[in-house]
Design a protein around this ligand. Structure first.
Ligand code: AHR
Length: 667
């Protein structure tokens, strides 16, 4: 970058309009951006996304499957399926394991129809209505009542759109059953929206597929599978997917678009506590999540439901590619929350990590690379980041083990990765130094807004000789409501510190990403959805604003001197190397607007136009909701070119991104 001469450029009155509208505060103080003193590089990967199947983010969320409990493995009773029968019919519904579809999918639904009573006999599914469960008590009567109440409620239904094609498939077999099987989308009152028939089932398992195109839109439909002849039949792996999904890879389009709006540089997956499992039997083992979805066993998800594994290792890598994000795989370190793999038995778990890298990146001539090609992606996925475990060894009261449990497992995986794949950047889930080296360490922060405001300077004082830091999970949780402006502003202040310390902090990702409130186990979350609606919290919008305006080099900022014990203004400035754009991010947490003279020190001339994007509201408690999804929403105005000196007003309770094109004066 070349900058001309010395005198400060005053950045001028792009907001004449807002001056006219807003009450003028006292005399303007000065905010100086030292445009001629570019400092540390800001990591291009600073803004990432962390995807975990929590709050139905995956099954019932981004993974566009519309059938809950599609393989009848979710519970020991018929969860999410309702028998369809009549008073004169004689039908029994049994979860049957006598002739499994495959070993990973032992349970199927057996319908024994002795008499149809002149009507029809079958089952229906209403999508992802329901409530979370604990693994042990999910068969209790109290829980069942809550689940059934959710099934009866019109909220969170199986939503279908008129004219949109839905791909239905089922594995089925029969005995003494001659009739066709009718498959339909129906309203709650039984009006048929779309119907097709499967004529002959046969005695052995076979997959049947058909397309249903509903005649009209219904946010609360039923998928009905029914017979009007007696006989015995078995069903398994019942699936209904919209034909059109985001990038044709099975992602619910509106949710995927929200993720894309984060411009994530990296995608951390699959968790989180979900990947660890509370016990080892529930650990996320990537090899159980690839290939034919009907042969994936699924796992009990620590967040209160069963995950199908449909969103598997291959799909996560594909999602990262679709988002243009670097995949970051959280490999299992042999430690569930409670229960660890004994070190003498740890070899296969280490090999799993090596195999995962080969699956993602290996040539098609390699064993796992060939499988990737067979699964539809011959080109490597370019996995570069592997995190060894999640929050293991931190000595939590509910589990997690000690640092002493983690270190040998970490080192065993690290050594093999370093030997076989020196190109992979490994991430430790806690500070392993000085006992073991680390390329990078993942730090997680969930705390109050005050903690985050105070932590805006946390990394200013960090050890520059240690490993790079990945702030892999963070969010204001203590005073954030369901996701309020206070949280977004505190996170924004914290982010100014991450940007300023690009020589320490390489990456970050807000957490968690998604919630369906009916299945919520963690709050707040960045993106809130139900089957037909989605909105971003203020924290989500803040992320989009900051991630869309990444600078490459930090420019020092002088904020006005304040006597306040607690600072109310936070700022970070940076330079975009290719365009020469200057980016200034300012957080005003106070209840008063701040009028500042903005000065670019070390440059002269005038500045061509730019943009001002603001996120603010009258109250720190303000939130978005399904009813008011854009109550708090970034507003962008254009900055006009000029050289007139005038203050910029940063509204009360606001985060602002100013971006100027300095093309004419920097070149
Ligand atoms: O983001 C929610 C949870 O918080 C994650 O699963 C876990 O890593 C952390 O404790």
């Amino acid at each position: 970058m070349k900058a001309r001469v010395n005198s400060p450029v005053t950045l001028w009155p792009w907001l004449l309009l807002s001056l006219a509208l807003a009450p003028l505060p006292g005399p303007a103080a000065t905010l100086v951006v030292h445009a001629d003193r570019p400092g540390a590089a800001i990591s291009p990967n600073l803004y990432g996304a962390f995807f975990e199947d929590i709050n139905r983010a995956g099954d019932g969320g981004l993974y566009a499957e519309l059938v809950q409990n599609r393989s009848f493995e979710d519970a020991t009773n018929l969860i999410a399926w309702t028998p369809l029968t009549n008073a004169a019919a004689r039908v029994t519904f049994t979860l049957d394991q006598s002739a499994p579809l495959n070993p990973a999918n032992p349970t199927s639904l057996k319908l024994s129809i002795a008499a149809t009573g002149g009507g029809r006999a079958g089952v229906y599914n209403q999508g992802f209505k329901g409530v979370t469960a604990g693994k042990a008590p999910d068969t209790s009567e109290a829980w069942r009542r809550r689940f059934d109440a959710a099934q009866r409620s019109p909220a969170n239904g199986l939503a279908v759109q008129a004219g949109r094609a839905y791909l239905f498939s089922v594995y089925a077999r029969s005995r003494d059953f001659t009739g066709p099987l009718a498959v339909s989308l129906e309203t709650q009152s039984g009006e048929v929206l779309a119907q097709e028939r499967i004529p002959n089932l046969g005695g052995d398992w076979r997959r049947f597929a058909l397309t249903l195109t509903p005649a009209r839109t219904d946010p609360d439909a039923r998928l009905v599978i029914a017979a009007d002849q007696p006989g015995t039949l078995w069903l398994d792996m019942v699936s209904l997917f919209p034909k059109d999904t985001w990038k044709n890879h099975g992602w619910r389009p509106d949710l995927a678009e929200m993720m894309a709006g984060l411009h994530p540089a990296l995608l951390r997956f699959p968790g989180g506590s979900y990947s660890e499992g509370h016990i080892l039997a529930d650990a996320w083992r990537w090899k159980e999540t690839i290939g034919d979805v009907a042969a994936r066993p699924g796992t009990w998800n620590i967040w209160g439901y069963r995950s199908t594994g449909g969103l598997g290792f291959h799909e996560y890598l594909q999602l990262a590619e679709d988002l243009g994000a670097e995949p970051l795989y959280v490999a299992h370190a042999g430690m569930a929350e409670v229960g660890f793999v004994p070190l003498v038995e740890f070899g296969p778990w280490v090999q799993d990590v090596l195999d995962a890298i080969e699956y993602a990146n290996g040539p098609v001539t390699s064993h796992w690379g060939a499988l990737r090609a067979q699964n539809g992606h011959p080109a490597p996925f370019h996995l570069k980041y592997v995190e060894i475990g999640n929050e293991n060894g931190m000595g939590y009261s509910w589990g997690g083990g000690t640092r002493g449990d983690y270190l040998p497992r970490y080192q065993a995986i690290l050594a093999r990765i370093q030997a076989a794949h020196p190109e992979i950047v490994t991430i430790a889930n806690l500070h392993t130094e000085p006992d073991a080296p680390a390329d990078m360490v993942d730090e997680h922060y969930y705390d109050s807004s005050d903690w985050f405001f105070n932590a805006a300077t946390k990394y200013d004082h960090y050890d520059r000789t240690g490993p790079k830091i990945y702030v892999g999970e963070y969010a204001v949780t203590h005073d954030a409501g369901h996701g309020n402006l206070r949280a977004a502003l505190a996170e924004a202040a914290f982010l100014t510190g991450l940007e300023r310390n690009g020589d320490v902090v390489a990456m970050s990702s807000y957490a968690p990403l998604f919630t369906n409130p009916q299945w919520q186990r963690w709050s707040p979350d960045a993106i809130v959805f139900d089957p037909t609606r989605v909105y971003g919290t203020p924290s989500y919008h803040l992320q989009t604003m900051f991630a869309a305006n990444r600078a490459d080099l930090v420019l020092p900022v002088d904020l006005p001197v304040t006597t306040n014990a607690v600072p109310t203004l936070f700022a970070i400035a940076g330079l975009k190397k290719d365009s020469g754009d200057l980016i200034l991010k300012v957080v005003n947490r106070s209840d008063r607007p701040e009028s500042l003279d903005l000065q670019l020190s070390g440059l002269s001339g005038t500045i061509s136009g730019g943009t001002c994007t603001e996120l603010s509201a009258a109250s720190l408690d303000a939130e978005n909701s399904f009813e008011q999804p854009q109550n708090i929403f970034p507003k962008t105005t254009r900055l006009v070119a000029g050289d007139l000196s005038a203050p910029h007003i940063f509204p009360a309770y606001s985060a602002t991104v100013l971006r100027w094109s300095t093309h004419s004066i920097l070149r």
